[in-house]
Design a protein around this ligand. Structure first.
Ligand SMILES: CC(C)(COP(=O)(O)OP(=O)(O)OC[C@H]1O[C@@H](n2cnc3c(N)ncnc32)[C@H](O)[C@@H]1OP(=O)(O)O)[C@@H](O)C(=O)NCCC(=O)NCCS
Length: 183
């Protein structure tokens, strides 16, 4: 499913349109962006279009483009989403990518996580969110922790990248803990 428009202070979450797909291809062709992602190789436009159609129909996913003022005009700078939604046990896996490297470190991921989290608990009525992240990906960890996610474990040597093994860190957030963080 495509997520609805959610206005933040610095960014806006909005439904991706097919016109954004060429941007996604550029982001996923950048090894610096994919350094800590599962996906390391870009798709073709046709593959992106197929992914987009499937994703928009998939009732276990909510996907947004992250739009920010970049170079004087609003444009997509990343994506965020709620995936693998389990509607019985009310859990899901979350993820965020800021695909334009010059936009890193501006608080965009932190705000995207905050907006997405509020939607997951207040609108989708989920109970538990989970994500995992490469151990050195400190920017992601801070953005998650700012919304109340906490570290619950480490999968040791679980990812091979750039000739070496990395641990991945598992984070979770329960609805009640999130409410406390917000108050
Ligand atoms: C990880 C990522 C999402 C962070 O996005 P971002 O918009 O730069 O994050 P924020 O600006 O909200 O930063 C959050 C905090 O982390 C810090 N931070 C950001 N990048 C950092 C880095 N490389 N090392 C250490 N701290 C970092 C920021 O300074 C900020 O902390 P502060 O407010 O105390 O200064 C972004 O770098 C990215 O998309 N990378 C490529 C894809 C990826 O790895 N996605 C995550 C997959 S799990």
């Amino acid at each position: 499913m495509l997520g609805p428009v959610i206005e933040g202070e610095k960014i806006r979450l909005e439904p991706s349109g097919p016109e954004y797909l060429p941007e996604f291809i550029r982001w996923f062709a950048d090894l610096r962006v994919t350094r800590y992602l599962l996906m390391r190789c870009p798709m073709t436009l046709k593959q992106e279009e197929e992914w987009f159609e499937n994703m928009a129909r998939d009732r276990t996913t909510v996907h947004w483009a992250i739009v920010a003022d970049s170079g004087g005009a609003p444009r997509p700078i990343g994506v965020t989403g709620i995936h693998n939604i389990d509607w019985i046990n009310r859990g899901a896996i979350t993820g965020t990518i800021i695909g334009v490297e010059s936009e890193w470190g501006k608080g965009y991921a932190s705000e995207a996580v905050a907006l997405r989290t509020a939607f997951a608990f207040n609108e989708l009525n989920l109970e538990r969110l989970e994500t995992f992240s490469f151990a050195p990906n400190k920017g992601m960890h801070k953005a998650l922790q700012r919304s109340g996610y906490r570290e619950i474990g480490v999968r040791r040597r679980s990812m091979f990248r750039e000739g070496q093994w990395f641990d991945t860190v598992l984070f979770e957030l329960l609805r009640d803990e999130w409410k406390v963080t917000r108050s």
